[in-house]
Design a protein around this ligand. Structure first.
Ligand code: SF4
Length: 272
């Protein structure tokens, strides 16, 4: 395969959207109105994601002191709720304060579980070096690959054996073992981006499942990289105007694009 200069740049966030539903990429490209006002789950996601960015710092400071870690988590959550509008002023401009308060209350009920899981992580992973590696965590910045025509910002960067490796924060349900397939691909895409900036192959990625306080490491496999490469031209085609088939799933129920997506699908089936 020859990599050439691409006219249509793809952002990692569009890849992630594609993994969840290809049509979402199409609508996100054309209709920004659907995402103009954030829904309650989106506000919750934003607060939780921001809170998850501070888990590495908490682990460094509160190793093995159960109640202290729990209190620190509580403080962190309330501070994040206060600061969130300063961090994301545009997205949260139309969100009333009571929605942020309610979302924070919801998240507070899960803090004990997060605290227990973080402490268990400290106990089980201290020998593997992952706890030490997380100490090097810093928030991610923008990376761009000319060869892949791909840009993106990892949630964080961690130094793993001298190689800068990506860390992502997920706010949905955590799988029983390992990572969800889409999260593997997200990390693989970020690894490929980081490689163009650094000199060595990125072999590892880390996923933080913030809602449960679970942190997992994965080896980036060739198969994940292959899948990312195969999806890139498909995302590019959608961005250039081609509407993908509707992919009916559980996501459709709460999807902001659902009304227009349903109509366009029935029209398409009528004419073709
Ligand atoms: S309604 Fe379903 S198929 Fe349509 S964009 Fe949303 S998730 Fe995708």
């Amino acid at each position: 395969m020859f990599l050439k200069k691409h006219k249509t740049n793809v952002n990692i966030s569009e890849l992630v959207l594609y993994f969840s539903c290809p049509r979402k990429v199409y609508y996100a490209q054309r209709d920004s109105r659907a995402s103009a006002t954030l829904s309650f789950p989106q506000v919750e996601h934003m607060i939780l994601r921001e809170t998850g960015l501070s888990y590495p710092e908490l682990l460094k400071t509160y190793s093995s002191k159960d109640e202290e870690l729990f209190r620190a988590l509580e403080e962190l959550l309330f501070r994040t709720a206060e600061e969130i509008k300063f961090i994301h002023p545009e997205e949260l401009a139309d969100v009333p304060a009571d929605i942020i308060e309610e979302a924070t209350g919801n998240l507070q009920s899960g803090l004990r579980n997060i605290s227990d899981n973080l402490l268990s992580f400290l106990r089980t992973e201290s020998d593997t070096g992952l706890v030490r590696q997380l100490e090097s965590f810093r928030p991610g910045s923008l990376f761009h690959s000319e060869l892949l025509g791909l840009s993106g910002i990892p949630a964080g960067i961690v130094d793993i054996d001298g190689t800068l490796s990506p860390l992502i924060i997920k706010t949905g349900r955590c799988p029983d073992n390992g990572l969800w397939a889409n999260d593997r691909l997200h990390l693989a895409a970020l690894a490929m981006l980081l490689e163009e900036a650094g000199a060595s192959p990125v072999k590892t990625g880390i996923a933080t499942y913030a809602r449960q306080g679970v942190i997992r490491r994965m080896n980036i496999r060739s198969d994940d990289r292959r899948q990312v490469l195969s999806v890139l031209p498909k995302v590019r085609r959608i961005k250039d105007g081609s509407m993908p088939d509707r992919k009916e799933s559980a996501l459709c129920e709460n999807c902001a694009h659902s009304p227009v997506c349903n109509v366009q699908s029935s029209l398409a089936s009528k004419f073709f």
